[in-house]
Design a protein around this ligand. Structure first.
Ligand SMILES: Nc1nc2c(ncn2[C@@H]2O[C@H](COP(=O)(O)OP(=O)(O)OP(=O)(O)O)[C@@H](O)[C@H]2O)c(=O)[nH]1
Ligand SMILES: [Mg+2]
Length: 249
């Protein structure tokens, strides 16, 4: 039996985002994926939608993942790990004096789709990499599908949603760049936009809601962090696993 309430576990898990994170590896072939030791959260969406920026902001880092004004910046699956691995091995950038801790998740930044200027062959390679990863990665816990607030769902976003539904993968929809359409997240247009997209998502079984965000204004980040933590907590079935995690933090 758990001896602490669900909310307590989620608050505890929120500390994950205040920990040091490091770049682990970049993978361009699905056969080269890192060993499946941690659960993974992946970030997907069209090119330039703001995936890498969003990941940096979630992890409270400025330049962990590379970002750019030019679409096509991320060209591989980039894995980011909590600085201390499950075995307690410390990453080189982290002080040896720190106590080894256990962290349950890794984050995966993905190449974007819909980048028309990339050479066709390169585009096909990225898309098959992303889609193969989504279909086959058993430890994938949840996907954040990023959608530009200004444009809503593109046809490729809808195809990604189809794939996530068919593969029975849970996903959040994260609206990005909200600051480009409103001055405040309380603007009624935000509510209307979310309601409109929710209507389009009505028949989807695996989506877990829509979050409106802006990394420039830091809107909505904590709500997404909390949602991810809720999923991570529920993924750890036994209280023992979580208790040891809690002790170590
Ligand atoms: N105004 C504003 N700009 C943003 C926001 N999020 C990202 N950007 C900008 O959008 C551009 C693209 O961001 P990236 O994070 O590189 O986008 P990406 O989806 O990772 O792009 P690819 O790696 O090419 O697929 C950068 O110039 C960011 O500064 C936001 O919330 N508001
Ligand atoms: Mg990127």
């Amino acid at each position: 039996m758990c001896d602490f309430p669900q909310d307590g576990k989620i608050d505890q898990m929120m500390k994950l985002f205040a920990q040091p994170w490091v770049f682990g590896c970049a993978v361009s072939q699905v056969t080269r994926l890192p060993p499946p030791s941690l659960k993974e959260i992946a970030f997907i969406g069209r090119s330039n939608v703001g995936k890498s920026s969003f990941l940096n902001s979630l992890l409270n880092r400025k330049r962990l993942a590379r970002t750019s004004n030019t679409p096509g910046c991320t060209r591989s699956l980039n894995f980011y790990f909590p600085a201390i691995s499950l075995k307690g091995d410390e990453a080189p950038s982290v002080s040896r004096a720190r106590k080894p801790r256990q962290y349950p998740v890794a984050m995966v930044d993905m190449p974007g789709y819909g980048f028309a200027r990339a050479p066709r062959i390169e585009l096909d390679t990225w898309i098959s990499l992303v889609f193969e990863y989504l279909r086959n990665r058993k430890i994938l816990l949840e996907v954040c599908l990023l959608v530009d607030s200004r444009f809503g769902f593109t046809s490729r976003d809808l195809r990604t949603i189809d794939l996530l539904e068919q593969s029975e993968i849970e996903y959040l929809i994260v609206l990005t760049k909200l600051d480009k359409i409103v001055r405040s997240p309380e603007d009624p247009r935000v509510h209307n936009l979310v309601t409109d997209l929710e209507t389009q998502m009505q028949s989807m079984k695996w989506h877990r809601g829509i979050w409106a965000t802006s990394v420039s204004k830091r809107w909505g980040l904590d709500a997404v962090r909390r949602e991810i933590c809720t999923r991570v907590v529920s993924a750890f079935e036994t209280c023992d696993q979580l208790s040891s995690f809690r002790r170590d933090m």
